[in-house]
Design a protein around this ligand. Structure first.
Ligand code: ZN
Length: 108
């Protein structure tokens, strides 16, 4: 049965980390058999994520311009850490969402 959790090649649950560590939801790799997998359809999701990512970056940038010297090492470090921290809950929701509502298929 095709769902968002089981590899269509080997039938094992690909787990959360395989999705979490993928750069995009259509670049997932099965941790059991190594098959390249893709969630479909994800075009709308990728566009939505890009908007959220740009919004986070713009927000962080605005905070930097408003409150600190943007081009100093402490700020760049804080900016990077803050961006990652802000992204993690977004990514967690995406992992839950695609596993629940999208279908895994073989890429290519
Ligand atoms: Zn597999």
């Amino acid at each position: 049965m095709a769902d968002g959790k089981h590899c269509p090649n080997c039938g094992d649950d690909i787990g959360v980390w395989a999705v979490f560590s993928a750069a995009l939801p259509n670049w997932v790799k099965c941790p059991h058999c190594g098959a390249r997998l893709a969630y479909r359809p994800v075009a709308g999701l990728v566009v939505g994520l890009s908007v959220v990512a740009l919004g986070l970056l713009a927000g962080m940038w605005w905070v930097g311009l408003r409150f600190g010297p943007v081009f100093s090492l402490p700020w760049i470090t804080a900016y990077t850490a803050g961006s990652l921290a802000a992204w993690l809950p977004v990514e967690a929701v995406v992992v839950w969402y695609v596993r629940r509502y999208k279908t895994l298929s073989r890429a290519g």
